[in-house]
Write a protein that binds this ligand. Structure first.
Ligand code: FES
Length: 104
């Protein structure tokens, strides 16, 4: 299990626990924190999160990079921006601080 420390859109703190291997979007959607409208195929941007520590954000997938570029006119894209559907939760995410990004 990994425990994620979330800052919600309202600026509140919340923790979400999920087993390793779970797509991060699924864990956040189940907690009511993101929409995940496209079901996890990097085509809606409604699962966008900001990693507080960009060094822990990992590599964006190619499709994810294009989607984030497309969102750039509507929402802030940071170095630590990721689409949470493209991330599988692992032990390295335990204690991770992430912020839910506003929807475009
Ligand atoms: S769920 Fe649609 S981009 Fe992640």
């Amino acid at each position: 299990m990994a425990k994620l420390n979330i800052t919600t859109l309202e600026g509140e703190s919340q923790t979400v626990e999920a087993p390793e291997g779970t797509p991060m979007m699924d864990a956040l959607r189940d907690a009511g924190l993101v929409e995940g409208t496209c079901g996890g195929v990097a085509s809606c941007g409604t699962c966008h999160v900001y990693f507080a520590d960009a060094a822990k954000a990992g590599e964006r997938t190619e499709d994810e990079g294009y989607m984030l570029e497309g969102l750039e006119d509507f929402v802030e894209i940071r170095e630590g921006s990721r689409l949470s559907c493209q991330i599988k939760i692992g032990v390295e995410h335990d204690g991770l601080a992430i912020e839910i990004a506003p929807e475009a």
